[in-house]
Design a protein around this ligand. Structure first.
Ligand code: ZN
Length: 403
């Protein structure tokens, strides 16, 4: 797969200035390039060759220079991101039997100056129209002149170029196509260590996400933002993987991406190890590492913070408190405790038993309190003090009779 991007063959003689067109007045457009159509024997051009050996050059946008990374498309210099988009489009066209060829790609200031001189002095390049040096989108790296004079090429581009992010920006120049982003992504050059182009990575970064195998992942996007290998490695350490780093479980961090945390927060819950936990959800809302650290202080852990025991707070999540309240009990350290005092005027006794599935089972102490100790017994034996009183009364009565 990778080989098809890096085939190298002897380059044909580089025809730098192949533009040829009848002079004649032309409408000056500020939008795109001003140039004549490329004239070259297209059948002699190499095709399907995007080589990713990079070099730095100086590009220009609106007369302002900037550093540009250049690779090679069909033997022509091309800006790297544009080359990636082109390579993907070129492959799709080839699959439909259409042979796209770059006739002119990135141009240096010197090359544009030469073309502009030919145009103004009318002494070379057929006196062809050329954009002012520093103002051609061949210099910004976005423009490619393609072999639209070849049969079928222009029709294919008109039908499909847009899907790959390529647009014709100058109506009078059907060979001149520009790429400013868009399309399916992909391409062979400048891949980050995670299998994305720098353009894709930059695009994902704008959404607060990483990029994984040509797709945004992690951060505020779906997915953990980790490679399969990274996830396996983190799992072996007892941790989750988030944004290319071990997190949660026995490791630092919550083990959740920003997106997961947001989604759980919308449910009134925290997030632990890629799952909603704590708050209104089941679970303590703490990682194993957090739980262990709090236990060392003699505390429980709730929603990523020490609570209960030796620490401030009851040590119960919202869900646990609600579960205990349903059973008429307070919650402490994650378990339901003594029955709550009934509200004044409320003749009902607290409901017996626990709500199945909500909160932990009550403590033994609480269960005893509910189920028997205070219940009235059927037969109460006559107390000793009553017998004594009765005896005294009898003795007193007899002494009265003796008088
Ligand atoms: Zn052009």
């Amino acid at each position: 797969m990778a080989d098809c991007w890096s085939v190298s063959r002897p380059l044909p003689p580089l025809l730098l200035l192949v533009l040829a067109v009848a002079c004649g007045p032309q409408e000056v457009s500020l939008e795109g390039d001003l140039e004549g159509p490329p004239a070259e024997l297209f059948s002699s051009l190499p095709q399907g060759l995007v080589t990713c050996d990079e070099r730095q050059d100086t590009g220009y946008t609106s007369g302002t220079p900037f550093a540009i990374t250049v690779v090679t498309c069909d033997s022509k210099p091309c800006e790297r991101d544009t080359a990636n988009a082109y390579a993907v489009m070129q492959q799709a066209a080839a699959a439909e039997g259409v042979k796209l060829v770059v006739v002119s790609g990135f141009r240096t200031q010197a090359e544009q100056q030469y073309l502009y001189g030919c145009y103004t002095n009318c002494n070379c390049n057929n006196c062809n129209l050329a954009a002012k040096p520093g103002y051609s989108n061949h210099q910004s790296g976005h423009a490619l002149d393609l072999n639209t004079a070849s049969p079928g090429v222009l029709a294919w581009l008109n039908a499909n170029g847009g899907a790959f992010g390529f647009k014709r920006t100058v109506p009078s120049e059907d060979w001149h196509w520009e790429w400013w982003g868009g399309g399916p992504g992909g391409g062979p050059c400048g891949l980050t260590q995670y299998g994305c182009t720098t353009g894709e990575a930059d695009n994902c970064a704008q959404y607060g996400c990483g990029c994984q195998d040509h797709a945004c992942s992690g951060g505020f996007c779906p997915g953990p933002g980790c490679t399969a290998d990274e996830s396996t490695s983190c799992t072996a350490r007892g941790c989750a993987c988030v944004n290319h780093a071990c997190s949660g479980g026995a490791c630092e961090g919550t083990g959740c991406t920003a997106r997961e945390s947001n989604d759980c927060a919308a449910l009134g819950c925290g997030c632990v190890d890629h799952a909603c936990a704590g708050g209104a959800c089941s679970g303590s809302g703490c990682t194993t590492r957090e739980t262990s650290a709090c236990a060392d202080q003699g505390c429980g852990c709730v929603d990523h913070a020490c609570s209960g025991g030796a620490c401030a707070g009851a040590g119960c999540t919202l869900s646990q408190r609600a579960g205990c309240a349903d059973a008429g009990r307070a919650c402490g350290m994650g378990v339901c405790g003594e029955p709550l005092a009934p509200l004044p005027g409320d003749g009902e006794t607290p409901p017996k038993g626990t709500d199945a599935g909500v909160g932990p089972a009550p403590t033994l102490e609480a269960a005893v309190g509910t189920f028997g100790c205070n219940a009235p017994t059927a037969a109460t034996p006559t107390p000793a003090w009553a017998l004594l009183l009765a005896g005294l009364w009898l003795v007193k009565g007899r002494s009265r009779q003796r008088r």
